[in-house]
Write a protein that binds this ligand. Structure first.
Ligand SMILES: *Cc1c(COP(=O)(O)O)cnc(C)c1O
Length: 358
């Protein structure tokens, strides 16, 4: 009934992908990263499904972590972006959240806090990405401050990589050298690997890996990859053809009349647009599947609709299923056509699109 736009979420694919991360990093523990509503897949549903398999979850911030607690998740939840104000610490401690710490003031707040339980802190080093983290030169001193505080139960040594999706990147080797040198005298577990490092950099698995994107079945790599190719896509974004028209050579389709037919064509109008999160950057020629057959987007994507080329595919009627990405059309390929990455396509599917779990 009603508008057919939906995102079908294959929870068993997410489990398969999580198990692949665990198998590849078999000496490490794996945090399931479910920030940004589990990359658009629904964090409560994904976390509930994965909870029997995981040791902990990763989210960006306290708001996302509290949402998981409200939906019944009891395993530890790591705040990857840390906390922002001193008064959050009581919530962090009371809810068994683990937290990144990336600047010295946060350590002062921890030292001064009155807490119900001591904290599990992930001390972040800026090993070269220049986004968050302590400088390598001050890292050991900050570690010692944390270890000396009765408000700290344990510390994990953490960093994040700028170029892990480029296998054999010299920049990654530099970051690792900086990290290893600054931590050589510190006795604590390490955590460095995101999805690309979990898939492609075994020496960086260390004690805790933090896979995000790979759980949802998208490859972080530009090219084919032995392990990334074993991932199963978790989201199928689909809708239906709601109108069909025959156009003549010279006729235009869509806003701006930017597409002009050079021959008679059959055009399907589909209930899917940028108001659903399907990108307006999906220009004419972006691949799409209609009734299981590959064809292309025609004209500009509007807010609620877009056009698809039915000229050369047989038997399409109103109500035909259209897949925008999923099991039969890789989100990575669509992302490339749109000049973006699978991360943005998956996280930008809007609330208007019902998630259907299977
Ligand atoms: C988002 C995030 C991850 C997961 O990254 P993917 O590339 O999606 O695997 C890991 N670590 C940190 C600190 C993050 O912010």
């Amino acid at each position: 009934m009603g508008r057919a736009a939906q995102a079908v979420i294959h929870l068993s694919a997410i489990r398969h992908n999580y198990r692949l991360a665990k198998r590849l990093a078999s000496g490490a523990q794996a945090i399931a990263v479910v920030k940004a509503d589990a990359y658009g897949h629904g964090s409560a549903e994904v976390a509930r499904f994965l909870e029997p398999e995981t040791v902990a979850f990763g989210v960006a911030c306290i708001e996302e972590a509290l949402e998981l607690r409200a939906s019944g998740i009891t395993k530890p939840i790591l705040l990857l972006e840390g906390f922002f104000t001193e008064d959050e610490l009581a919530v962090v401690s009371a809810n068994n959240f683990w937290t990144a710490v990336h600047r010295p003031e946060q350590i002062t707040w921890i030292e001064q806090a009155v807490l119900t339980q001591p904290l599990n802190v992930w001390l972040k080093m800026d090993s070269g990405m220049h986004r968050l983290g302590m400088a390598p030169e001050t890292y050991a001193a900050e570690f010692k401050r944390l270890k000396a505080s009765p408000n700290v139960e344990s510390v994990v040594l953490m960093s994040h990589l700028a170029c892990a999706d480029e296998l054999e990147s010299a920049y990654t080797y530099q970051q690792i050298a900086a990290f290893d040198q600054a931590t050589s005298d510190l006795d604590a577990p390490h955590s460095i690997a995101n999805s690309p490092a979990t898939l492609g950099w075994p020496s960086l698995h260390r004690d805790w890996v933090r896979p995000g994107l790979m759980l949802y079945g998208a490859s972080p790599f530009e090219d084919a990859h032995e392990y990334a190719d074993q991932l199963m896509p978790a989201m199928t974004l689909q809708s239906e053809v709601i109108a069909i028209r025959e156009i003549l050579a010279g006729d235009a389709v869509g806003y701006g009349a930017s597409f002009r037919a050079d021959k008679p064509m059959r055009i399907g109008t589909v209930a899917m647009g940028y108001g659903d999160g399907y990108p307006r950057h999906a220009v004419t020629g972006t691949p799409v599947m209609v009734n299981g057959q590959r064809t292309r987007i025609i004209g500009r994507v509007s807010m609620d609709m877009c056009g698809v080329d039915l000229t050369d595919i047989a038997g399409v009627e109103i109500g035909a299923t259209v897949e925008f990405w999923g099991a039969n059309l890789a989100v990575e390929e669509v992302a490339k056509h749109c000049g973006t990455i699978p991360y943005t396509l998956l996280t930008c599917v809007t609330k208007r699109v019902p998630r259907v779990y299977c």
